[in-house]
Write a protein that binds this ligand. Structure first.
Ligand SMILES: [Zn+2]
Length: 414
């Protein structure tokens, strides 16, 4: 039996009236087939916002699809979560924590990239990093490992953006504007030069160029307590299957089996051309042992018979705007590659003992050593009040490099 679908408006109403929503269960499965052995993944259930308090638990799922070696993928897998968490102010309430998360993800991705660069190794990696806290899902991604959401209304939506030069005009323009060249070899997809990478964002790729930035697209949504399924996978899956095909191929099956089936389906249609990794995460109402199957065609017909016009309306709207169907609430989405835009202006710059805390790497520095994120090269703390978050000298250098500004050449920055 399917649980009744509770409209989001009702849910929000309940929350406002302080009726506590019960925590969902998470069930998950993973499957992979290696061709080059450069795919890595992270499954970390039961992380705690407040140490020792199990009611503050959240879970992390991530995929790292490495290229030109494995060291960036391994480094990101081992360090990214800590770097993200260290950018969230201590003693935040649950709401504050969730609100700070998109910004902390940006800081964590950039910090991880800077630290990897300092190791002086080549290689790079895509990252798709998913944080699930009760019914709120936050996804940060660079590269082309997609995350899709299949909700109980049968609506499939993409929570990531593909940072592929071939398909993303905006990214092509950004790369060109910050000093890279975009072109094609005789055959194959668009690549950037120097380097020849098809992606426009990644962690690592020190040898390619700073225009390949680690600043993630971030999307935060809240699903209804009917639950939903996430499918997170490397491009080995998405080059073979559309989002709809992947979701449909495994509906009604438990997560572990679903992940295996998606990999099998991709293999069947395209063969093993690339590393192929798939994580399936079911967010299940706590009174349900498994995610109830999404209604099949027969039931859909029955529904339209029962509800007539209303159901028709539902189906039309469901193709695009998720929030319109009352299944998913979109809380946050931002994909800009400009660090200043992503860190915001109201970032708390800690001033205890006259030191400022870097918004990216969290190091404390005297104001004279670093600069406000929005200030120009000749900025003097004495002449102008602080504007925006503080960046230490190191992170400021990284910001300029990503925007294509070379050190030593004085330019006027707006
Ligand atoms: Zn810093």
């Amino acid at each position: 039996m399917r649980p009744p679908l509770v409209p989001l408006g009702t849910l929000i109403g309940r929350e406002l009236r302080n009726e506590k929503l019960e925590k969902p269960f998470l069930k998950y499965g993973q499957a992979a087939l290696a061709k080059k052995g450069e795919d890595y993944f992270l499954i970390k259930p039961d992380c705690l916002r407040v140490p020792g308090n199990p009611s503050t638990s959240f879970s992390v799922f991530a995929i790292f699809d490495g290229h030109n070696g494995i060291s960036a993928a391994i480094f990101a897998k081992e360090n990214l979560l800590d770097n993200v968490l260290s950018a969230i102010p201590q003693e935040s309430s649950r709401e504050e924590w969730l609100q700070a998360l998109p910004r902390a993800l940006v800081a964590g991705f950039v910090k991880t990239d800077i630290e990897f660069q300092q190791k002086g190794e080549t290689s790079g990696t895509t990252v798709t990093f998913v944080v699930i806290d009760d019914w709120t899902i936050t996804v940060a991604s660079v590269g082309d490992s997609r995350c899709i959401l299949d909700t109980q209304g049968g609506v499939v939506s993409l929570l990531t953006v593909d940072h592929r030069l071939e398909e993303n005009v905006e990214e092509r323009e950004r790369v060109t504007a910050s000093g890279g060249e975009v072109g094609r070899l005789n055959v194959g997809p668009l690549r950037c030069w120097p380097g020849g990478l098809c992606l426009s964002r990644s962690i690592g790729d020190t040898d390619v160029g700073e225009f390949i930035v680690p600043i993630p697209h971030v999307k935060q949504v809240k699903i209804s307590n009917a639950g939903g399924r996430l499918i997170i996978a490397s491009d080995g899956i998405w080059d073979a299957l559309s989002s709809d095909m992947a979701a449909k191929s495994c509906r009604g099956l438990p997560a572990e089996l679903a992940a295996k089936l998606v990999v099998k389906e991709a293999l069947r249609s395209r063969g093993l051309k690339d590393d192929t990794t798939c994580l399936v995460v079911d967010i299940i109402p706590c009174d349900q042992p498994v995610l109830p199957p999404t209604p099949r065609k027969k039931q859909n017909m029955l529904r339209s018979l029962l509800f007539g016009k209303k159901s028709q309306n539902f189906m039309n709207k469901s193709t695009n705007k998720l929030s319109a169907v009352g299944v998913v609430e979109e809380l946050f989405e931002e994909g800009s590659a400009m660090l200043a835009e992503r860190l915001g202006k109201d970032f708390p710059s800690n001033t205890n003992s006259g030191l400022f805390r870097c918004a990216v790497c969290q190091v404390d520095q005297a104001p004279a050593d670093g600069l406000s994120v929005n200030s120009g090269p000749f900025f003097s703390p004495a002449s102008k009040p602080w504007e925006g978050p503080f960046l230490c000298a190191n992170c400021r250098k990284k910001k300029d490099a990503m925007e294509g500004k070379r050190a030593g050449i004085p330019t006027v920055i707006s």
